[in-house]
Design a protein around this ligand. Structure first.
Ligand SMILES: [Zn+2]
Length: 292
């Protein structure tokens, strides 16, 4: 337990050496396999300052019923509202990869919408942008103040915004994966290594695009898809936003503005994000995501 305490202190200093961390008396205790072991699935043996105790466990969450799920010894013991919770690391087996799906759901990670798919669904554009705009304004105000309490508030807002973005990414990735699974399709995403270079984005929108955690969103899609047995492949992002999915004509002028696509050759028009997603669904795979 001394070893775990030392490592908890070390990790706190790793985040920021200049801040001396303070630990709450009932803060989380990190266990590992040396001081925690499982007695079947409904009892756990944990070391306490008064020796080892064996405690019955009630489970929340749905993965434990899955055959092949393995409990690890790594767990955080958390005390909240008069109850002890154990947050346990588990290994969940991936379903075996089936045959290559005949059809794919294309997903574009865009500017107007965080994501759009080739079925014509868009995910969280306006509402998210409004919240983030408000947060940016507030941050700018607090930053210019520069007082200690302003800095504290700033850090709090940052944590809250990252929780918000994480929630949004969970909701979007869940919806995309269940759409693909429900229709027996795989998912095609753009290879994001080129996302910053892909389009010339006006400065105001650039702040939106580059600061959104698309890498997290892609990672969420990859792991939720793996658990659901939905294949994910990455495609070359070049020309996804300029090509007409109707006639195949590629031209910068097909995009009169960020939100709109209007083919100068055949006249096909619609939402740019969804047209890009339709292109992606038909693109050949370049690689598998490494985020899974
Ligand atoms: Zn066209």
């Amino acid at each position: 337990m001394a070893v775990r305490a030392i490592s908890k202190a070390c990790e706190a200093y790793k985040r920021d050496k200049k801040i001396r961390p303070k630990f709450r008396p009932l803060g989380a205790v990190a266990y590992d396999q040396r001081i925690l072991s499982w007695k079947g699935r409904d009892r756990v043996s944990v070391l306490t300052l008064a020796g080892r105790i064996i405690v019955p466990v009630v489970w929340q969450g749905r993965w434990l019923g899955t055959t092949g799920t393995v409990l690890r010894g790594a767990a955080d013991l958390i005390y909240r509202d008069g109850k002890f919770y154990l947050a346990v690391v588990i290994d969940v087996p991936e379903p075996p990869a089936g045959s290559e799906p005949a059809e794919w759901l294309g997903v574009d990670l865009g500017i107007v919408n965080i994501a759009a798919d080739s079925d014509g669904n868009t995910y969280c554009g306006k509402a998210v942008r409004a919240v983030r705009y408000r947060n940016r304004q507030l941050r700018a105000r607090l930053q210019s103040k520069g007082t200690k309490s302003a800095k504290r508030l700033l850090a709090k807002r940052r944590r809250r915004e990252s929780r918000f973005a994480r929630d949004v990414n969970h909701v979007i990735s869940k919806a995309i994966v269940s759409e693909a699974k429900g229709t027996g399709r795989g998912i095609k995403l753009e290879d994001l290594s080129g996302i910053n270079a892909r389009t010339t984005v006006r400065k105001a929108q650039r702040a939106d695009r580059l600061s959104w955690s698309f890498y997290q969103l892609r990672a969420f899609i990859a792991y939720k898809a793996a658990l659901a047995g939905v294949p994910v492949v990455l495609v070359d992002p070049r020309n996804t936003s300029r090509r007409c999915p109707g006639c195949g004509h590629i031209d910068k002028r097909n995009r009169p503005d960020q939100a709109t696509f209007r083919c100068i050759s055949c006249g096909l028009a619609g939402l740019a994000d969804i047209f890009a997603a339709r292109n992606i669904s038909g693109w050949a795979a370049v690689s598998l995501p490494d985020a899974a």
